[in-house]
Design a protein. Structure first.
Length: 350
């Protein structure tokens, strides 16, 4: 297994997290405060809780950034499932090669459903060959195996459409009581009001099914309202200190990620927004995202609305963007010396 960093002072980290959650109890963080208080500093925050990533990696590079941070910093990373597959297994083959380069060959990969979408895929030639790739297509068995090995919750981090999650909860409704779900997706005030947010739009029926089957308050939605912020540290461009730091890193995983970013900048947009790393940080209960408890429904087309008769979930309301960005840089192995926006002197390899 590759090197995974541990917190320098777990007790201090626990105290900081508990204090933040207790302070914002009225905004929906009471469950976090209670969980922290019950578990205590010696056991909580070890990073050993099982974490499952459900990701459409290989498109927008924010997924790959999130996988890299999880592989480098989360000892409990237990499974990567690929969502919205490309031609059957393109995303799974990239995930497998990337995890191997990150020093996490023990983390299994499961190829998820192919929804027929081909618009966003920019890792051709960066994937493992079919003959050299080992992955499963049985998500249910893989998830049940993880649940069988732990008595507590399993953290599910959704970074793509909810197709696999909906299938799992349908096949085994008891999983709803085992999974603590943090999903990137949905919007209260989406920038394109005529359509649903991207991840939900890819499979609206799946999002509706998850809302029907999930345990109340077991789902936290990190909304596009707080992630689509190109005016903040959420944006990574070729000129950004984060990209420059990765480009200066000689490690194979960083070079794969830089090649992925270069293709995104060339073929699609001049920036990528860190939607999924922020979602990962929220799933790990790090104190960058504030939440409030609301009831929501997804319409047939996936558009989300607040509804007193809907499922009770936690919705993101506010983000400490610079604090999050500093955590992100550190998770990728960079020292953060000054302003991470201007890069003077900015981030450099640790």
């Amino acid at each position: 297994m590759g090197e995974v960093r541990e917190d320098d002072d777990p007790a201090a980290a626990w105290a900081a997290l508990w204090g933040h959650a207790e302070r914002y109890r009225s905004l929906g963080l009471g469950r976090v405060a209670d969980e922290l208080a019950a578990s205590g500093p010696l056991t909580f925050g070890s990073g050993r809780e099982p974490v499952i990533l459900d990701t459409d990696i290989g498109g927008d590079p924010d997924d790959a950034v999130a996988v890299a941070v999880a592989a480098r910093t989360v000892p409990g990373l237990a499974l990567v499932i690929t969502a919205d597959e490309f031609h059957g297994d393109g995303r799974a083959r990239f995930a497998r090669r990337f995890l191997d380069a990150l020093g996490r060959p023990e983390v299994p990969v499961v190829a998820g459903r192919d929804l027929g979408n081909t618009r966003y895929f920019c890792v051709e030639g960066l994937t493992a060959s079919s003959a050299a790739t080992s992955f499963s297509r049985d998500a249910l068995t893989a998830v049940l195996d993880i649940c069988d090995r732990t008595d507590g919750k399993v953290r599910w981090v959704g970074m793509g459409p909810m197709s696999t999650l909906a299938e799992l909860l349908t096949a085994d409704p008891a999983l709803a009581g085992r999974l603590e779900i943090t999903q990137m997706g949905g919007a209260v005030n989406y920038r394109k009001p005529e359509v649903a947010e991207h991840n939900i739009r890819l499979d609206p029926a799946a999002a509706r099914r998850v809302m029907d089957l999930a345990v109340p308050r077991s789902v936290s939605l990190v909304l596009s309202d707080v992630t689509f912020r190109p005016d903040t540290e959420m944006a990574v461009r070729a000129s950004s200190p984060l990209y420059q730091g990765l480009a200066a890193t000689r490690q194979p995983w960083a070079q794969i990620l830089v090649a992925h970013l270069d293709r995104w900048y060339s073929d699609f947009y001049e920036e990528t927004l860190m939607h999924d790393p922020l979602t990962l940080s929220a799933a790990l209960l790090l104190p960058f995202v504030d939440f409030t408890s609301e009831r929501v429904r997804f319409a047939e087309d996936g558009r989300m609305r607040l509804d007193d008769t809907g499922q009770q979930v936690f919705l993101s309301t506010r983000v400490e963007y610079q604090a999050f960005a500093r955590w992100l840089h550190r998770g990728l192995g960079m020292n953060v010396d000054t302003d991470i926006t201007t890069g003077k002197p900015g981030s450099r390899p640790a």
